[in-house]
Design a protein around this ligand. Structure first.
Ligand SMILES: C[S@@+](CC[C@H](N)C(=O)[O-])C[C@H]1O[C@@H](n2cnc3c(N)ncnc32)[C@H](O)[C@@H]1O
Length: 414
């Protein structure tokens, strides 16, 4: 890494109290529309808002190459900007589109009250049985008991009723109310990763009451917040590594990429993916290959040898000698080579001078620190991005108790 970049990382060790919450989703839980799908791996709307208020003006073209649940797109829309995004997970991409595009269309709908009518039927004890036939959700539930008995079939019954009785844009809002109730009504809990409930965890919630309260919240938020949405969300690619130049070069990029050794976004949303028929179990492995290699279980033998900068190779070689699992150095090599492709693709789709705000944290494996932000800057510099500032958002801890930091990198297209 060049000396000036090292100095920039040194200068920003002090954490301002106001930044500690910017890198986490928590504050979005009380914000209209953002709260429809609490996404633990998301960041705060305030982080995006600060970035976009700064840019102001005309000819602003916003991109989030790792769109997730659409925090960037929704915040941009509230400020009047369209937002292009990439998101490999079809469920998360759909959630982002519902929160922005469907919400905007629903603000104009004279039938919005139908959501409240459905909520009333559900609260009065209405249940909808599954239509006959096979379904991926029933198949996996039969083997793995993800849901209390009969719940998977009631989920599918509700979704079938929505298909038959509601039309756009209300149908997608109602589907979102159902899919966001799946985990609360299941035998699973989401604690970063999805796992079975333990004895200390709360019991599964009642499906129909949960869907009813989601429907009411969605209806209220559409009335309150959707009329103020001025921009739309446009998915320009699924895999950010395949992004191509668009009619307008991007001027402003705001994103949080997958963290190294982070969450398995495909496995964590599999029940939602299956229930909407967006994916079947056999296709999960393929979705993992299309994702940035960010976790040890994503290290695929099918992947070609990566191209690397010297700094990344140095850390990977340290891990070659100490790691208890050969997949760990492979993970590090694949992660940074995947991210290099994204930096290259985004650079070729961006204007000269475009600003990129990137939220990321470092990692530690087998006692070896992986300075992810510094290595990302090194990889980004090799394909036309220059580091301008870094800002520490908050301190974290690795599994062995070593302090880790989450930072906000500010890059510019050189
Ligand atoms: C940290 S999350 C982004 C969260 C987002 N900022 C929010 O607030 O909802 C990273 C996202 O990158 C997505 N992702 C992983 N690999 C990808 C790829 N190759 N292309 C596009 N998105 C990808 C994951 O599915 C995940 O949703």
């Amino acid at each position: 890494m060049v000396a000036t970049q090292a100095a920039l990382f040194e200068m920003q060790k002090l954490i301002e109290p106001s930044t500690a919450r910017l890198g986490v989703f928590d504050d979005n839980r009380s914000k209209a529309i953002h709260r429809w799908y609490p996404f633990i791996e998301g960041y705060s709307a305030d982080l995006v808002e600060a970035a976009l208020i700064d840019v102001g003006g005309k000819d602003v073209h916003v991109l989030d190459p790792f769109g997730g649940s659409g925090t960037t797109a929704l915040t941009a829309s509230a400020l009047g900007f369209d937002c292009s995004f990439c998101e490999v997970n079809p469920y998360l991409a759909w959630v982002a589109e519902v929160k922005v595009n469907v919400a905007r269309a629903a603000a104009e709908s004279p039938d919005l009250g139908l959501l409240g009518d459905l909520a009333a039927v559900l609260d009065a004890g209405g249940k909808f049985g599954a239509p006959p036939g096979d379904h991926p959700l029933l198949d996996v539930d039969a083997h793995r008991h993800f849901f209390p008995r009969g719940v998977a079939s009631r989920i599918l019954g509700l979704l079938a009723w929505i298909d038959a009785n509601l039309t756009a844009p209300l149908d997608d809002l109602a589907r979102l109310a159902v899919t966001t109730s799946l985990i609360p009504a299941s035998n699973m809990v989401r604690r970063t990763d999805l796992r079975k409930r333990h004895t200390g965890d709360a019991p599964p919630a009642h499906l129909e009451s949960t869907v009813a309260s989601q429907l009411r919240m969605i209806q209220a938020d559409v009335i309150e917040a959707a009329p103020k949405l001025g921009g739309c969300a446009v998915r320009v690619a699924a895999d950010a590594r395949t992004l191509t130049p668009q009619p307008h070069p991007f001027t402003t990029i705001v994103t949080s990429p997958p963290y190294l050794n982070g969450t398995n976004y495909c496995r964590n949303t599999k029940l939602e993916l299956f229930s909407l028929g967006l994916l079947e179990e056999a296709e999960l492995a393929e979705l993992r290959v299309r994702s940035i290699t960010a976790g040890i279980n994503n290290v695929s033998k099918r992947r070609a040898a990566p191209t690397l900068t010297d700094d990344v190779e140095q850390v990977a070689q340290q891990l070659d000698s100490v790691a208890y699992d050969r997949r760990i150095p492979a993970l590090v090599r694949l992660y940074f080579s995947d991210m290099q492709v994204v930096f290259e693709r985004v650079r070729s789709a961006s204007a000269l001078g475009a600003a990129w705000l990137l939220d990321i944290g470092d990692s530690r494996f087998a006692g070896v620190s992986v300075p992810t932000p510094e290595l990302l800057v090194s990889v980004a510099s090799s394909v036309g991005w220059r580091l301008e500032t870094t800002r520490t958002l908050r301190e974290r801890k690795s599994y062995d108790g070593t302090p880790l930091t989450q930072v906000l990198l500010s890059l510019r297209a050189a």
